[in-house]
Design a protein around this ligand. Structure first.
Ligand code: NAD
Length: 251
């Protein structure tokens, strides 16, 4: 299938590694120009060199509004049009209700919800210049069922879905498509770090997944590239689980 990505430009956030990088790689492999961002210049440089000559990077902490504004200002000094935005950031810290402070909540809201708000707002003028604009929000299976010890993710990520579903109506007159992906367990560096302490944790997670294993980043990126591409032109306001069957609810 030709995803029609040549001469198209995408902003993929938090993409020096992990899920973001897998999406940037899939888009770049299809011939798209990719702009990535993250907090650490060294990791971004390394990631950009792996993405090829059409890739570039900017340093930005997505939990800071001024950084998101500066990011899009810098991009705007080079290009007028973006064809797609992949909204992704680091995960909020684990914790239960009794051990999370107001400060933890506020930081997580900025990182997980407000980064999506700011990125969407600052990117819309560039997307309006495209003939096939699209935004894809990366959330988590936690929007469908809560995950133990991840209260902040369980509580805040559904707000991103609420925004996406609302934007599906509000941005339709601009022909900007919006969708969301909800990964279950994808074996990124982060998951590797979290699991490295315990072999049994990997086994017990795998046992709960009907396909019997975690997903690979290269099983996530292409799905997102498809949803960002003009080929998915009639998919709008949708939520797609990429979880090996882990979520077993009916809806
Ligand atoms: P990762 O740690 O491998 O990669 C995260 C990336 O985000 C890194 O490039 C990091 O530098 C960047 N980043 C973190 N905080 C940032 C910030 N404030 N500003 C800019 N960049 C920032 O993690 P991952 O596994 O790729 O996960 C990405 C997101 O998806 C996280 O929010 C995670 O909670 C969520 N998620 C992951 C999975 C999974 O199975 N991997 C499942 C559900 C949800």
């Amino acid at each position: 299938m030709n995803l029609d990505l040549i001469d198209r430009t995408f902003l993929v956030t938090a993409a020096s590694r992990g899920l973001g990088f897998s999406v940037a790689k899939s888009l770049a492999d299809e011939g798209a120009e990719v702009i990535i961002c993250g907090r650490n210049e060294e990791s971004l440089k390394k990631a950009t060199s792996e993405l090829g000559e059409l890739a570039q990077y900017y340093v930005a902490d997505l939990s800071k509004q001024e950084d998101v504004k500066r990011l899009l200002k810098n991009i705007g000094s080079q290009i007028l049009r973006l064809d797609g935005l992949f909204v992704n950031a680091g995960g909020p810290p684990p914790g239960t209700f009794s051990n999370l402070s107001d400060d933890d909540w506020k930081k997580a809201i900025d990182l997980t919800l407000m980064s999506a708000v700011w990125l969407t707002r600052e990117t819309i003028p560039f997307l309006k210049m495209s003939d096939s604009p699209s935004i894809l929000y990366s959330t988590s299976i936690s929007v469908k069922q809560p995950i133990n010890n991840l209260l902040l993710s369980n509580a805040i990520r559904p707000a991103v879905i609420g925004m996406m579903r609302t934007l599906a109506t509000e941005l339709a007159p601009e022909y900007i498509r919006v969708n969301a992906v909800c990964p279950g367990y994808i074996h990124t560096e982060r998951v590797e770090e979290l699991m490295s302490a315990s072999e049994s944790a990997v086994e017990s997670i795998n046992a709960r997944i009907p396909l019997g294993r975690m997903g690979k980043p290269e099983e996530f990126g292409p799905v997102c590239a498809f949803l960002l591409s003009p080929v998915s032109s009639y998919i709008h306001g949708a939520l797609l689980l990429v979880d090996g069957g882990l979520y077993q609810g009916m809806m």
